[in-house]
Design a binder for this molecule. Structure first.
Ligand SMILES: Nc1nc2c(ncn2[C@@H]2O[C@H](COP(=O)(O)OP(=O)(O)OP(=O)(O)O)[C@@H](O)[C@H]2O)c(=O)[nH]1
Ligand SMILES: [Mg+2]
Length: 321
């Protein structure tokens, strides 16, 4: 039996030794969920915690993948050439596994670098799953020794905001022009941004966008971020211009979090959310298994058609308390 067909424990061992197919298999089982994913999670839970995760989110086409590629290049050129894992999450895509075509092209320059691992994840038609699978995938990469994990998500809905919780530092990518900052605000990205990037700065209009972002930031309620105000960095991801400033901003935010235990508190809050999400997901799965998948789908249809209200339907599904 080849290593890539082994048990979770064998896969972990092989992945630790650098076998990429085993790493891919581990991530696939995490994506599928279920008993095997639970075993993977338990095997790696203790080993995680030394990697640092940077989430990049923003509207489709903002230049996230190009930026991730430029960032990967800069991080790799650091003193000890640290390994970089890239996880591209597309909540709208049913495809996963190998990097999606566009990203494969954009990340092409790193495709042959043995210190870079690129992987995409999708929903497999099951939105809630992603909010659980992504933090777990990040943990797998962290536990297997990637000091940098770059997490790209398309920022258009609640799922993306949830997924962003898996990152230590969240970078919101916008483009010059009034509309983008407003969209980012509407999509709830203002609250999750630790750093703003105005990418495609070569197109002009950066000053206006910077002004808009500042105005919206000043309106946003300041939370418990310990006095951090998100810096705004202008980049041209295609040429790499400004990406060094982004790295500086990332370092500054990381230092800010590491001071006074903020990083650990953030991660603890994320683990707490994960626990509750796992409980909800498991109870839901258990209830559906008992009631029947087809019957549940029909019940959901009845709610959609206003034949039953959601509470009565939930009572039917779950049975009496
Ligand atoms: N002019 C200009 N174009 C850029 C820049 N950065 C990226 N692009 C282009 O913008 C397009 C989208 O870039 P991507 O990196 O795929 O954007 P993305 O945000 O990852 O897109 P999705 O993953 O589809 O949401 C590509 O054609 C890039 O070449 C930039 O700094 N300036
Ligand atoms: Mg992309």
């Amino acid at each position: 039996m080849s290593a890539s067909r082994g048990s979770p424990a064998e896969l972990v061992e092989a992945a630790r030794a650098g076998d990429r197919r085993s790493l891919a298999r581990l991530l696939s089982s995490v994506e599928r969920g279920g008993p095997e994913a639970r075993e993977v999670a338990s095997l790696l839970f203790d080993a995680a915690g030394s990697g640092y995760t940077v989430g990049l989110t923003g509207a489709p086409g903002a230049g996230k993948s190009t930026l991730v590629s430029a960032l990967t290049g800069l991080l790799r050129s650091g003193g000890d050439e640290p390994r970089v894992a890239v996880l591209a999450v597309d909540p709208s895509s049913p495809f996963s596994g190998g990097a999606i075509l566009g990203d494969r092209v954009r990340m092409g320059e790193h495709a042959l670098d043995p210190g870079v691992y690129i992987r995409s994840m999708a929903t497999r038609g099951h939105l809630g799953g992603l909010a659980l699978a992504v933090p777990e995938a990040v943990r797998v990469l962290d536990a297997l020794g990637f000091p940098w994990i770059l997490l790209e998500t398309v920022g258009v809905g609640q799922v993306e905001v949830d997924v962003a919780g898996a990152a230590d530092t969240t970078v919101v990518v916008v483009n010059p022009g009034w509309g983008d900052a407003v969209q980012a605000n509407k999509a709830g990205l203002m609250e999750i941004a630790d750093i703003f990037v105005i990418n495609k700065a070569d197109r002009g209009g950066v000053r206006q966008t910077r002004h808009d972002l500042k105005a919206m930031l000043s309106l946003a309620a300041s939370d418990d971020d310990g006095g951090w105000s998100p810096p705004i960095v202008a980049t041209e991801a295609e040429t790499g211009k400004g990406v060094d400033e982004l790295v500086e901003a990332l370092d500054a935010h990381r230092r800010h979090l590491e001071e006074g235990g903020r990083l650990e508190a953030r991660r603890a809050a994320q683990r707490r959310r994960e626990f509750h999400a796992v409980v909800v997901e498991r109870l839901r799965a258990r209830a559906i298994a008992k009631y029947g998948e087809q019957a549940t789908a029909e019940l959901a249809d009845a709610v959609a058609a206003r034949e039953v209200d959601p509470y009565v339907a939930a009572d039917r599904l779950l049975g009496p308390d």
